[in-house]
Write a protein that binds this ligand. Structure first.
Ligand code: 8X3
Length: 254
């Protein structure tokens, strides 16, 4: 736990998981610019600190917490440190591998289920009392892979479909208490996503984005801020967002 900046009395608090890079870092930055006190969570605290410093340098409020979404202790510490939460952005997640089902690696499937599904469950469950008290909003970064399948995608497709199921049930369970639940489902966004998927193979990761125009992390961050700042009466179930060449669900390049 490392909360350098206490949440301002009247500032709304937004918790962003996986905030050390990519969509998470961009979202934290954009939410801070929109006036939220942002709580950045991820495993890599040094990277979080760098993002938080930039936010503070721009006049925003940011705190940093070590948050491995697979750790009950980390999640409990987060919930204990921030009794007020208005916005939760479940962004931590990712893919590992593109093996066919015949060549599936169970360890990779378990990792994907653990971070995308159980990670979202853990953090959401822990922060729900605070989100109910504030009549807040849960925004989950799913994926187009949670709506369409592709060869080599089974483990990630299964995890993102399961995460979507969780989100859809949650929406039904908490709507009556004033909590909105929105899923943002991006297609190809140029981040470290492919580097993680291909186990640090830079050439393979770069090839995913070569010769095509991909979305940026900032594009998704802007959409998350838009959804998070709508009047409380406005509920968005989900938004599917792709680069123009991915309309219709073209599978990712290998
Ligand atoms: C990742 C989306 O299209 O790169 O969540 O597989 S895609």
């Amino acid at each position: 736990m490392n909360a350098q900046q206490p949440a301002g009395e009247n500032k709304k608090v937004a918790v962003v998981t996986g905030a050390s890079s990519g969509i998470g870092a961009a979202t934290a930055t954009a939410l801070a610019a929109a006036g939220f006190h942002v709580v950045l969570g991820a495993r890599r605290v040094d990277k979080l600190e760098a993002v938080a410093e930039e936010i503070r340098g721009a006049g925003g409020q940011a705190s940093v917490v070590k948050l491995d979404v697979t750790s009950d202790e980390d999640v409990a510490a987060l919930a204990g440190a921030y009794p007020r939460v208005d916005v939760l952005v479940n962004n931590a997640g990712g893919a590992k591998g593109m093996e066919s089902i015949e060549a599936a690696v169970e360890e990779k499937w378990r990792w994907m289920y653990e971070v995308n599904v159980l990670g979202t469950l853990r953090v959401t469950r822990a922060l729900l009392p605070a989100l109910k008290a504030s009549e807040g909003i849960v925004l989950t970064v799913g994926s187009i892979a949670g709506r369409q399948v592709y060869t080599g995608g089974a483990g990630y497709n299964a995890a993102k479909h399961a995460e979507r199921a969780l989100v859809e049930v949650l929406r039904q369970e908490v709507a009556a208490e004033g909590v909105r639940v929105t899923e943002i489902d991006p297609g190809r966004v140029h981040t470290d996503f492919s580097l993680v998927r291909f186990d640090g193979d830079k050439a393979k990761a770069a090839s995913v984005y070569e010769g095509v125009e991909s979305l940026t992390a900032g594009d998704i961050a802007d959409i998350i801020v838009f959804a998070a700042t709508l009047p409380h009466r406005v509920n968005i179930d989900f938004l599917q967002v792709t680069p123009i060449d991915q309309v219709g669900g073209a599978k990712p390049k290998k």
